[in-house]
Design a protein around this ligand. Sequence first.
Ligand SMILES: Cc1ncc(COP(=O)(O)O)c(C=O)c1O
Length: 1007
Amino acid sequence: MDHKYFLREVVSRWDDHSQLDRLPGECDWNFKVSGGATGILKIMHEDCDRARVETQIAMLNHLAQVDNLPTPDVIPSLNGNNIECVETEGTKRLAWMISLLPGQTLASAAPIGLSLIRDIGLSLGRLHIALKDFSHPGLERTFKWDLTAADWFEPFVPKIQDPARIATVSRIFAAYKSSHQSFLKSLPRQAIHNDLNDHNILVTFGADGNSRVSGLIDFGDILYGPVLADVAIAGAYLILNCDDTVERLAAFLDGYQSVHPLTEKEIDAVWPLALTRLAASVTNAAVMKQEKPDDPYVVVTEGAAWQLLDHLDAFDESVIRLRLRQTRQEEAKARFAVVTAFLNQAKGDYPQVLGRDLKDAIPLDFSPSQSDVPSDPFRVSAAEMTLRVDEKIPPDGTGLGKYAEPRLIYTEPQFFRDTTRHSDRRTVHLGTDVFAPASTGVFVPLDGTVVFADWQAGELEYGGLVILEHQIPDSVVTFQTLYGHLSKRSVSDLAIGQSIRAGSEFAKLGEVDENGGWPPHLHLQVGIGMDGISNWPGVVFPEEVEMWKRVFPNPAALLNLDDDFICHSSPSTDNILKRRRNVTGPNLKTSYRDPIQMVRGWKQYLFDEQGRCYLDAYNNVPHVGHCHPDVVQAVSKQGALLSTNTRYLNEGLATYAEALVARVPDGLDTCFFVNSGSEANDLAVRLARQFTKAQDVLVSASGYHGITQTCIDISHYKFSGPGGGGQKEWVHVADVPDTYRGKHRGAGAGTAYVDDLKLKLDDLTARGRRLACFISEPFPSVGGQIVPPADYLAGVYKHVRNSGALTIADEVQTGLGRLGRYPWGFSHQEVVPDIVVLGKPIGNGYPIGVVITRREIAAAFATGMEFFSTFGGSTVACAAGLAVLAVLEKEQLADNAERVGAHILRGLKRLQASHPVIGDVRGVGLFLGVELTCPDDTPATEAAAYIVNRLRDHRILIGSDGPDNNVLKIRPPLCFSEDDATALLRTLEIILGEIPLKQLAESNNTV
Ligand SMILES: Cc1ncc(COP(=O)(O)O)c(C=O)c1O
């Protein structure tokens, strides 16, 4: 009997007309059946025991009774049998069919967010509840994947060969054997899945982009075991291939315990047992690689498991235990309530910790919205801190640093999740700081026992550190207090186990050179349930603050202060949004579906109120970098000296105008100063009209020039867009020279666009219209980050000038080095305009607009009416402008734009080759666009919105543009580095692989 014939024979037991597609699988054959019957046909390997299949069928039939549990149903054959036995050439194989569930395996799903992980926990919890009353003799089995017998693998560990890895796995098995195995065996048993790995969980992505569990499959490893084994096994696979390992495990346990609580002892065993499962898996892979070298399934998890096991040093088991315990939320809340109630009872009566009343202590605020410490948010110096503290507090005074305060002073690598600067970073301080002179005595506020006393050497460390334990009378609950930055002597004088009476002086504040280099202060933190843990997280990720506050409550009561007095508070983003909406017009928009509250900037990075860092790949106004110190200094210095207008003489204006004129081609020799790009464009049109005595303006389609009435009238993007008032009779529109989606494409497109424009001019002349000027962005930006064909503007300018009109280049987006080796957009096009308009980037955030033109044009404008702009060309504006030019030179930023822009362009082209949604990649220097298209070549607008918002989730800022909003716009501050570019490309690549994006790109529907 040949193979095909055999399969037909099998499937005919269910339906004759079905079609079969083989699915990947280890030893059994699985086929997707469609056409007639639909489902998964499972043909077991030759020596498969019938009882094993019967057990699975019984379990699935049991589970089928439970509403909404996403497990497959068993589909009986046409004969009414659950199992068919089919004979081929003397061997018998068992076949059975189950229903097909929607979705894809978790292993192939992306993105995997914490809400999905929580749903997986919930699904497993529900499965366990459903299986509680299921029993079957087939579940009583001896099996190598039984986690209560994982020591089965231990003799095979030497097969791993690598000595370091053998040591890691041996350590895990040793811990397992010495405690976790016996604990696991002591737990009650029930039916469990026993193999809920990422290939056995199916996931769907809904129309809202959210993912959820749609299937729990493959019940081949079921047995009687403790539910904890199932939890540890599922957990083991969830923590692979991710950088939020502990958060994932916590989310999984959160979901699980929302329906099926675990004990604290069980929670404590999850991490070591998950590691045990991974140790078993890699040991098994080492054995199987020798036995079946060509079988890819035997090593399917190996790489990812080693990735974690090889880096176990990065995990502090005690902190993980502490974190996972918080998933027993009710318990954690109850303990918190007991401790805080106890602490508050004696508030006001505690002996003063530094022997002085703190009610008049000077509050210090190091939050990112209030403090520029550290001036470089990636490098703190203790000296800078000392300086700032000394500025605020008199020599013998006392200061208070706040609890729950986000700070950017934690700049060491251990605070960052990865090596990128915009990485997740622990910023929120969960103790309080009491600043006072070195050697000030530290007094115990309540009776305690020393459980830890050590001196931590090194810059930015704690120096002397002591932890005391306190017992709440008539309760089993204990809590601890931690004192950091003590003198070295203080800790050497203390013995572990020593009791200290309330009010006794047990330590002194350390000197700067023995407390990690910090200004002298006490770090005081209260901890709940910290028994045996000396490595307290004093600073945590903003996303986890609320949870950690239950572990590290506000210590105010111990200082005889009210909680609010030392607790950081700042308005929430929602609150600000609401207030802003109440007092501003409804068309004042915010970026992103989830708006961001920005409070600080530094070079190409921005920080929100929690100190979360965003990589800015999009804002072009901070041309040389947000808050560049040289520009900030120039502005504040000039602001302190004099801020006034052009009616008084000041050298700054002459110097600045000379510097600008030196940067544009000869002939462009006269400057006008205003405050914005809009005003500059408005003025440019006035100049042209005055010079030509004509009125009409030729503009480029999709162009944008500003917000004044004239600018709206000449901005096709505005007057023809939503709410626009339509085209004025004096405005004429030429096509934007888009060679990808526009009317003319490929070679010769430039000439074709020029010819079209010439026809338009001829038509205007024929209709008796007189043109004053042609205004365009040499590189249309709102039009979709367009790079015009090389011969475009030269042809256009020639015909425009022949018609008697002037040419205006709106360089608000492109000037001053953004285009790398081309100083201006018009230089790329090898033309010289009659009027150049500059804006946004030239002031790096300070509002400046400049018009540069020829003397004869300026002369014609001098009709007798004075030209005066109150703030244009002010002393401070000129200082800002000059500082920007100086930084551009000093830091060679045009060269950087050229180099980094080329790096991004290459990376984008590489992504384009493997992602069909990328239709076009274009750009010059750091003016870049990525046009997204659907398979039918229509603009992929929703895909662009998805990418922009997902990049924002990864804290990378870009925008989208183009008439169809399907062009990703990348135009960062010019200091954007190659590392930033690599991070941007890497993240973009991850997002391009996400399922919702693929669904969107295919349908162009909203998720
Ligand atoms: C090309 C171009 N011109 C002019 C303006 C207007 O500048 P401002 O907003 O400073 O008035 C903009 C602003 O986005 C612009 O992109």
